[in-house]
Ligand binder design. Structure first.
Ligand SMILES: *Cc1c(COP(=O)(O)O)cnc(C)c1O
Length: 385
């Protein structure tokens, strides 16, 4: 039987929630969307939650709300999905990267600090920095906040992996970042099929985000520039998009959120079992930090230097045995699109070394103990020369 690296968990209550929308009056953005936004905001301790069609759209809107444009410089981490960088390119901004910390695999605060000092000297400071809570482990947000306040950039956290994650006792999204963007793609922590959400504590950003999500249009008389003649009136105030979530998706999201704690606890339990099952193998395991609770989106192991089988062989052996391992990620700066912008191998050596050794093992709530043992046994054999 095939074991994927990640997959959604759908139960009868999810089916019932979607059925109720289909037999009700609204399909596109109706009452289920604000309900989902409220549910999410409550759970994550944020004032504003703006649901969007996917996290990529959310990152784009977040950049626009932060006024990223062709004159802007945006920094992110090379160890992420391409959307973390592309969002800035959509706005015409220049992108650069900050290397990772080899232990957490997140953007290195030390590297960020050095790069900021150099950028200040050359007068080219970033307007926005996009850290990514890789695999669900929060970045060093408090230290990044200090740097943000000192150098005047905004923090746009790509929290696609981090629904339910905690940092220093608070849910990710509640503190430190100006904006946090979550993804509900089926491989992530909870799903709405496609879907995403932009969270912020700032009223000004939330207002912009809501306008931008829906064509730049407002129907609220309090926000109109001309007093409306009647209830049919609306105003387009800026160039927005159709990045809305549907009621079908939002109902699924609310239903999934009700089980978030259970889903998260199962991920935590599986992540705690892996080190025991992989004991003695030449692998670097994910960091566990005392001040953070990971969402455990991914469980990534790195082949240590002494392993005499190359990663491609280990990968192929596992896939041939029906185990859906994956690699997260090829460094963004090594993608042809970014190479054409001037990036090259060797620029971010920690991210590059990590990527050559990384293997994401199956981790999702419905993964059974016996299946996890099968993954570990197969990996043990695959590491033999
Ligand atoms: C999944 C993911 C995205 C994009 O999410 P979508 O909802 O599929 O657009 C962005 N950044 C990271 C780090 C992701 O893992």
């Amino acid at each position: 039987m095939h074991i994927p690296y990640a997959t959604q968990s759908i139960d009868d209550s999810d089916l019932e929630a979607v059925r109720q929308v289909l037999t009700g009056g609204w399909l596109t953005q109706g009452p289920a969307v604000p309900r989902f936004e409220e549910d999410f905001a409550r759970l994550h301790g944020v004032k504003h939650a703006v649901a969007v069609s996917n996290a990529t759209a959310g990152l784009h809107l977040a950049c626009l709300a932060l006024r990223v444009g062709p004159q802007s410089l945006v920094w992110t981490t090379p160890n992420s999905f391409v959307a973390s960088a592309n969002c800035a390119r959509y706005c015409g901004a220049q992108v650069d990267f900050v290397d990772i910390d080899p232990t957490t695999r997140n953007m290195s605060v030390a590297a960020l600090r050095d790069k900021l000092a150099a950028a200040e000297r050359s007068g080219r400071l970033p307007q926005v920095v996009v850290p990514v809570h890789f695999a669900g482990l929060a970045c060093d947000l408090a230290q990044m906040r200090q740097l943000a306040d000192r150098y005047g950039f905004a923090i746009l956290a790509d929290a696609s992996h981090a629904v339910g994650a905690q940092y220093q006792g608070a849910p990710v999204g509640a503190e430190h970042a100006d904006i946090s963007v979550f993804s509900f793609h089926p491989v992530k922590i909870i799903t709405t099929a496609e879907g995403g959400l932009v969270a912020t504590q700032r009223d000004d950003l939330a207002h912009q985000l809501r306008l931008l999500r829906s064509h730049g249009i407002t129907r609220d008389p309090a926000h109109m520039q001309t007093p409306p003649e009647g209830a049919w009136c609306y105003e387009q105030q800026l160039l927005g998009y159709n990045y809305r979530l549907t009621d079908l998706q939002a109902a699924l999201g609310s239903s999934q959120l009700q089980r978030l704690d259970r889903l998260h606890q199962r991920r935590i339990a599986l992540a705690a079992r892996y080190p025991r099952l992989l004991e003695g193998l030449p692998l670097q395991l994910p960091a566990v930090l005392p001040d953070r609770v990971s969402a455990w989106h991914l469980f990534v192991v790195e082949l240590e230097a002494g392993v005499r089988v190359d990663r491609a062989t280990v990968f192929r052996r596992l896939r041939d045995a029906g185990i859906g391992v994956n690699v997260h990620y090829t460094p963004i700066h090594l993608q042809p699109y970014y190479r054409a912008l001037g990036f090259a191998p060797g620029m971010f050596p920690h991210a590059e070394a990590y990527s050559r050794r990384a293997l994401s093992l199956p981790l999702y709530p419905d993964l059974q103990d016996a299946q996890q043992e099968q993954v570990a046994d197969t990996l043990r054999r695959a590491l033999q020369p």
